[in-house]
Design a protein around this ligand. Structure first.
Ligand code: PGA
Length: 236
């Protein structure tokens, strides 16, 4: 069985108190679950800064500033995230593009900031993945080689996010192959993982884990329920 990556995107489902309580109750269980697999927990910024110390868990932010430190009211810089020990950051999520009007230019800047501060970007692409990647990948290609490390690309069709409406495994497999071709066309010397996101749950995980090109899963709502997350991770 492949060693999949599991990214728990808690979005804004919990208040700060609720996140802290969740971690008090399930933290040890989550830590044990992560001893033999990669689990990246992405809670809100406040929780990241004050309540995240499980040793087997890797931590990720859900966003970062497109700029370095300076006069950018309300933004959290990649440098601050790096100082906190955050090693991953989700960027380009379709919710941010739709609700907060983030552009591909913003996304490219964020990726640059993350690489500069040694944080692995988890780049979300959606139905328009060809156009998105054809814009983003050349920007990555132009960055100094020494700053580029690993990259995670998450394919998340908008119609699958929070709906239970997942494309067939064949469709996902074909799209991940397409994405691989695009990545290889632009980036030769960078390692990357390809993950699927959108309504991942214990009900559909058996089918999703059979997709040969998938390296892991970006899990939203289901990751807020510890037993559900455990079922997803432990399904063999
Ligand atoms: P979902 O969200 O698992 O709740 O569909 C996934 C995501 O948006 O990252």
């Amino acid at each position: 069985m492949k060693n999949f990556i599991y990214i728990a995107n808690w979005k804004s489902y919990f208040t700060y108190d609720q996140s802290v309580t969740w971690l008090k109750i399930y933290g040890d269980g989550l830590n044990t679950l992560a001893e033999h697999t990669t689990i990246i927990l992405c809670p809100d910024f406040l929780t990241l800064a004050t309540a995240c110390s499980l040793e087997s868990i890797r931590y990720g932010a859900q966003n970062c500033s497109a700029y370095s430190t300076g006069a950018y009211t309300g933004e959290i810089s990649a440098q601050s995230l790096s100082e906190l020990g955050v090693s991953y950051c989700i960027v380009g999520h379709s919710e941010r593009r739709r609700l907060f009007h983030e552009t591909l230019d913003d996304l490219a800047r964020k990726i640059t900031m993350l690489f500069t501060h040694n944080i692995t970007p988890i780049i979300c692409v959606s139905d328009d993945y060809t156009n998105e990647l054809q814009t983003i990948l050349p920007c990555i290609q132009e960055m100094p080689y020494s700053k580029k490390q690993h990259l995670v690309i998450a394919y998340e069709p908008v119609s699958a996010i929070g709906t239970g409406n997942i494309p067939s495994p064949e469709t996902i497999a074909a799209i991940l192959i397409d994405i691989t071709c695009l990545v290889k066309r632009f980036l030769n010397h960078i390692s990357y993982s390809l993950i699927y996101g959108g309504s991942v749950s214990s009900v559909v995980i058996s089918e999703l884990k059979k997709i040969p090109t998938v390296d892991g899963f970006l899990i939203g709502k289901a990751s807020t329920d510890f037993q559900e997350l455990k079922n997803i991770v432990e399904y063999k």
